[in-house]
Design a protein around this ligand. Structure first.
Ligand code: G6P
Length: 367
């Protein structure tokens, strides 16, 4: 049958509410319920010996890849290179045969990503694609497909497909780490438990609607917005800034919080709100001191944090959204949800065509 909005104002709102379901469905596909271990399909290569991974994608999928790099490097100690597909394709990077090409795409039809796939294939690289549409062109041209079980995504701006991509990449990172001997059984159990906890923690995010709408009222008045995050929260900030640009037409820029002092700090005044993703992780203190620097220059801080960070954030932030505290590994998945919700609420206030923003297409099939 046809897909409806089920009483939501926009497909984007409906799809935002599908995050818990979709994360759960994707985990069901990748985690064996009895052993609670990640199970991948049979691979025509050995994750233990791939010399490196090259990640490439476009748009939101590229930011999912940036979180994937963070996990593959830190957990699996796998060297990773990453670039947007339209650049990767022309870079001609030196690659040892047997390296892993990791492509990420909701549609499996994006022309730049497909072209990058084909150029990687010429270098005798194994092609593993993380795709939502499992009968797509990219699926046919890949050695292995890991499906994001997100269902059809109608809104041009990606939401649930993004968290599903992160979920798959998290599982792939665990499996890679196990194969490479960088993760013992106990640590693996802890990471899997953190993922399995996510669907119910994700459902908790919707209770924060009022706080998110308060933030949206401030952001909707701005001409420019600065998004900040560190570590795996930096790509979350990038995703937030992209989403805001796409659907509200407000200029936004994401910066690694520690790099702000090397430039954008000169932009800060009362008119440029700062949206920061700062859950309580090992980088929390560093992020907070970066935020203090911004506040000292008149910046208005709107902060996404968690129950463990809330007290210290409340001392400096103008407003905050408090999510449940989760394991550092799962935090980028959970923290993505309110950042996307903020962009949605701003677009609603602005009265834009949320599901069909001007000049954008759901799947860009031209290079
Ligand atoms: C378009 C959409 C983005 C999407 C990107 C990549 O530009 O507007 O939301 O992230 O394509 O699409 P893909 O289907 O490859 O994930």
């Amino acid at each position: 049958g046809t897909i409806g909005k089920d009483g939501y104002r926009h497909f984007m709102e409906k799809e935002l509410h599908e995050h818990p379901l979709v994360i759960g469905q994707t985990l069901q596909r990748m985690v064996d319920p009895a052993s609670r271990r990640v199970v991948l399909p049979d691979l025509p290569f050995d994750l233990a010996t791939v010399p490196r991974a090259v990640i490439t994608a476009c748009g939101s999928a590229f930011y999912a890849g940036m979180v994937g790099r963070y996990w593959l490097e830190s957990i699996a100690q796998l060297p990773v290179d990453i670039d947007v597909a339209s650049e990767m394709r022309y870079r001609n990077p030196p690659l040892t045969a047997g390296s892993l090409g990791l492509l990420i795409s909701q549609s499996g039809e994006t022309a730049d990503t497909l072209a990058a796939l084909r150029s990687l294939r010429q270098k005798a690289v194994h092609i593993l694609s993380v795709l939502n549409v499992e009968h797509s062109t990219m699926a046919r041209e890949s050695d292995v497909v890991l499906g994001t079980v997100a269902g059809p995504e109608i809104s041009v701006a990606s939401t649930k497909a993004f968290t599903a991509q992160l979920t798959v990449l998290a599982c792939l990172s665990i499996a890679t780490a196990r194969a490479r001997g960088t993760l013992d059984a106990l640590a693996e159990e802890e990471l899997v438990a953190a993922l399995l906890d996510l669907p119910s923690r994700a459902a908790d995010v919707f209770a924060q609607g009022d706080a998110i709408r308060r933030m949206a009222a401030i952001v909707a008045e701005a001409r420019d917005v600065l998004y900040l995050g560190r570590g795996s929260m930096f790509p979350v900030a990038m995703e937030g800034a992209l989403k805001l640009k796409e659907i509200s037409y407000i200029h936004a820029e994401a910066y690694a919080a520690g790099e702000m002092k090397h430039g954008p700090i000169s932009l800060i005044d009362r008119t440029v709100p700062i949206v920061a993703s700062a859950p309580y992780t090992p980088l929390f203190d560093k992020t907070l001191s970066n935020l203090q620097e911004a506040k000292a220059r008149g910046g208005r801080l709107l902060v996404f944090t968690d129950t463990k960070g809330a007290e210290r954030v409340s001392a400096i932030a103008e407003d905050m959204v408090v999510l449940p505290h989760v394991h550092e590994f799962a935090a980028p998945i959970l923290q993505t949800i309110p950042v996307q919700m903020l962009a949605y609420e701003v677009a609603v206030l602005k009265g834009t065509d949320v599901d069909q923003p001007r000049n954008l297409a759901k799947s860009v099939t031209v290079e």
